[in-house]
Design a protein around this ligand. Structure first.
Ligand SMILES: *Cc1c(COP(=O)(O)O)cnc(C)c1O
Length: 360
């Protein structure tokens, strides 16, 4: 067996230790005589898995008591609709900050349910920066403010948490959750698809302040109401049990790395090493303003785009996979989530330096 360094934006690498434990427990989970995939979600074995995963996530993020943690399906994309469906019954005015492709999708969906005020947009800069707090044109009477802390495609990450006063702040944390400590109490809702930094695709995490639950518009389908899932411990219907279990293994793995403080030190080292390599050469370039550069998704272009396919092929031969940039941005993108080992980034950097030496 030889495992590659997979720089995919998602589904992305999982920690090897997690995969090994899942393999060991695949046929017989801790003496249950069956796989987690075969268990009733209401049985005591799975309940213990579910409760432990939530407890570990709460410990990692220091989630306050007055927040519920929901283990849902439908991806972050479903949350683009669930957020306005659940929060705009009495007030249709909502603020959105547009910093990239995922913000745009969230905005397009919100427009179907609410009156969207664009509090800021960096589209004119081709999404190469984040707006400053003073540039946010926030409405004091909005039902909520929505933003994307990390734009996975453009590689743009907010260096601060927007201050929204009494208006709940809603955040799509899909590609940066668990990469560093955050203050959950600053948010009304945090949501994330699992397939970047949590576990396999199919699980969607929602952390929601209790006072924001139970306010869905009357015609909201039961499955799209936060109250349904909150009142039923995310087991109103069959939850994504195996994804929940694997997420629990990942949470334990992050705890073992020193929690989010430990994880963030590792992530910072990986990102800085890669950006330093890009910045110290005229051969590679990253267009994002230095204070808004993502620790998780690092897009870069080659000065000579005709070398792109040679770069991709050469990298692939070294076991460096899925480096092709998003079709809307071009060039390369290295997604270096929690599970990407420092050795993977080092191997990429060594390859980049050598590629430049030969082709520069
Ligand atoms: C990947 C991603 C999404 C889409 O997630 P799905 O789970 O595929 O719906 C949304 N927002 C951000 C920031 C993402 O990175």
């Amino acid at each position: 067996m030889s495992r590659v360094f997979n720089f995919s934006a998602g589904p992305a690498m999982l920690p090897e230790e997690v995969l090994q434990q899942a393999r060991e427990e695949m046929l017989d989970w801790q003496g249950a005589g069956m796989s987690v995939m075969e268990m009733s979600h209401r049985g005591k074995e799975f309940m213990s898995i579910a409760e432990q995963a939530e407890a570990d996530l709460r410990a990692l993020l220091q989630i306050p008591e007055n927040y519920k943690v929901l283990f849902l399906q439908g991806g972050a994309s479903s949350q683009f609709a669930m957020v306005p469906m659940n929060l705009t019954r009495d007030n249709h005015k909502v603020d959105y900050i547009n910093t990239g492709s995922w913000s745009k999708k969230a905005i397009a969906e919100a427009k179907r349910y609410a009156d969207v005020n664009l509090a800021a947009s960096t589209e004119q800069t081709k999404f190469t920066m984040t707006p400053e707090q003073a540039e946010l044109n926030l409405s004091s009477d909005a039902a909520y403010v929505h933003y994307t802390p990390n734009e996975t495609i453009q590689g743009v990450e907010f260096p601060y948490v927007p201050e929204t006063g009494n208006v709940p702040l809603i955040a799509d944390f899909s590609s940066t959750i668990l990469s560093r400590p955050i203050d959950v109490s600053r948010y009304g809702i945090i949501y994330a698809g699992a397939q970047k930094n949590i576990g396999p695709a199919g699980l969607t995490l929602v952390i929601v302040r209790e006072d924001l639950i139970g306010n869905a518009a009357d015609d909201t389908p039961v499955m799209f109401q936060y109250a349904t899932h909150s009142e039923n411990g995310s087991m109103y219907n069959t939850p994504p049990t195996y994804g929940w279990y694997l997420a629990g293994l990942v949470f334990k793995w992050v705890l073992g790395k020193g929690g989010l403080t430990g994880m963030s030190a590792i992530n910072q080292r990986k990102a800085e090493a890669l950006y330093n390599t890009i910045d110290s050469s005229d051969f590679y370039a990253n267009p994002v303003a230095p204070n808004s550069r993502s620790w998780m998704n690092v897009p870069f272009i080659l000065a000579d785009a005709s070398l792109d396919s040679k770069f991709i092929e050469g990298a692939s031969a070294e076991g460096l996979k899925t480096l092709k940039g998003h079709r809307s941005v071009g060039g390369m993108r290295a997604s270096i989530y929690n599970a990407m080992p420092e050795a993977g980034v080092k191997t990429l950097i060594d390859f980049m330096v050598e590629f430049e030496r030969v082709n520069g």
